[in-house]
Design a protein around this ligand. Structure first.
Ligand SMILES: CC(=O)SCCNC(=O)CCNC(=O)[C@H](O)C(C)(C)COP(=O)(O)OP(=O)(O)OC[C@H]1O[C@@H](n2cnc3c(N)ncnc32)[C@H](O)[C@@H]1OP(=O)(O)O
Length: 409
């Protein structure tokens, strides 16, 4: 039977989403979660492959704006909900959806596509590189002391009911977005994401809680968290799980960490995703006790190399010619001269000799400043053709603030 790839009609959403759920193991999402994803799905830019009356593959895209080094907010397609039915795998359906999707993203004028991958091995062939890294940790609060900065005691804390938290927490979030590459501006509806707390996903923990950090009557930070009580013969052994924590200044952030590390009847704070340069590491007396671990999070793909490289700034002056290989999006292939500094950049086609050779995947990995071109070169993935060009570009592409993806999608 032949298959047909077409744009999703909203009336088909339930069957389309069920195909995705089955490909992910067959467990149905919690009703609250399903309802959110239904509302957030942009059907006009979602794809389905049909075999007769059955959907056999799915892919979606969100119209995000992503913070890039320098603070600009750049349109980026957030690739999501990718699946191929087990009965139809390894016949090229994913490849056909990636082809259509990247052509559509290009036509829409978005210079970037981004995604989080169920398996990192899948998307490199389509030009996506690992661009942000995420840290997790378990802070052993029985062993670790916190040294907080001056001014922390001037921050007061106030619990607020989850349902009433959004207006204030979203205002803080909006101020954080331009500060860190990788952050995503909220689109309407996405403010529901931090409030998502289906009972079936709590694993014995409390409903989600919200604490605000305030100074002089102004909200300067917040945390969403949950407490999981536990008892052993030796006494209380509960755990705090941090879902989100943002402070507008060091004292606000420290006040939140101090609060979460001193919740009564708990002995640990689990943190599932914070930036690799998160402040907690420099507040605790013994980072080793907290066993931090790092893994890749956001994959980035430059859909329009010239526009993407012009959209960010560079922390040191740079003037290099890249020889870019891009088999999947050949309109990017060839030589590009990037000239830029902390104020701005230009990037255009050139016939000058190349200084660095790499594929678009490496440019995606380095784009947000979280993966160094020099590190990629050390693995043979970037080739230096002019002495000094690697150090120059590697320094320029870096970011003083580690890029980080604030939430999955
Ligand atoms: C952004 C997101 O939504 S991430 C979620 C991705 N979805 C999932 O993980 C759900 C479960 N898995 C699936 O649905 C499918 O196996 C998919 C979507 C990962 C792959 O779909 P397929 O249609 O089988 O991929 P397709 O046939 O186009 O494969 C293209 C190439 O990638 C390879 N490939 C695809 N998936 C994988 C994988 N999981 N591991 C290793 N290689 C893979 C194929 O072998 C093929 O290689 P080749 O070109 O050298 O022959």
């Amino acid at each position: 039977m032949t298959t047909e790839l077409r744009v999703l009609d909203p009336s088909e959403w339930d069957r389309w989403f069920a195909t995705l759920e089955l490909a992910f193991g067959g467990l149905a999402e919690e009703p609250e979660e399903r309802a959110l994803w239904r509302d957030l799905t942009e059907c006009g830019r979602s794809l389905a492959v049909w075999e007769g009356a059955s959907p056999v593959a799915t892919a979606g895209a969100f119209s995000f704006r992503l913070t890039v080094p320098g603070g600009a907010s750049v349109p980026a397609a957030g690739v999501t909900m990718v699946s191929v039915a087990g009965t139809h795998r390894r016949r090229g359906l994913l490849t056909s959806m990636m082809r259509r999707q990247l052509d559509d993203v290009r036509a829409a004028g978005e210079p970037l596509a981004v995604l989080t991958a169920s398996e990192p091995v899948i998307y490199g062939r389509f030009g996506y590189g690992a661009a942000t890294w995420s840290q997790r940790t378990v802070i052993d609060t029985t062993r670790v002391r916190l040294d907080v900065p001056a001014g922390t005691d001037a921050v007061s804390l106030r619990m607020v009911p989850l349902a009433e938290s959004s207006a204030v927490t979203e205002a803080v979030y909006a101020r954080m977005v331009p500060r860190r590459p990788g952050m995503l501006a909220r689109r309407p509806g996405w403010e529901r994401l931090p409030l998502l707390d289906p009972p079936g996903s709590r694993e014995g923990a409390s409903p989600r809680l919200c604490v605000l950090a305030e100074r002089d009557g102004e909200v300067v930070g917040y945390a969403y968290y949950a407490i999981k009580p536990d008892w052993s013969w030796a006494g209380a052994d509960g755990a705090v799980t941090v879902h989100e924590l943002y402070g507008l200044d060091p004292a606000a952030e420290a006040a939140l960490w101090r609060f979460l590390c001193s919740v009564d009847l708990t002995s640990k704070v689990r943190v599932n995703s914070v930036p690799v340069d998160s402040a907690w590491q420099h507040l605790v007396s013994d980072v080793r006790r907290c066993e931090p671990a790092v893994r890749e999070a956001l994959f980035a793909r430059l859909v329009d190399v010239g526009a993407a490289l012009e959209a960010r700034t560079y922390q040191a002056p740079v003037d290099v010619v890249f020889e870019v290989a891009d088999a999947f999006c050949p309109w990017n292939a060839g030589r590009w001269r990037l000239s830029g500094d902390a104020k701005g950049a230009s990037c255009s086609r050139t016939s000058d000799a190349a200084d660095l050779a790499l594929s678009v995947r490496e440019l995606g990995a380095a784009y947000l400043g979280g993966t160094s071109l020099a590190a990629l070169a050390s693995a043979g993935r970037v080739t230096e053709l002019r002495e000094g060009a690697l150090a120059e570009a590697s320094l320029a592409f870096g970011s003083p603030v580690a890029p980080w993806l604030p939430h999955g999608f």
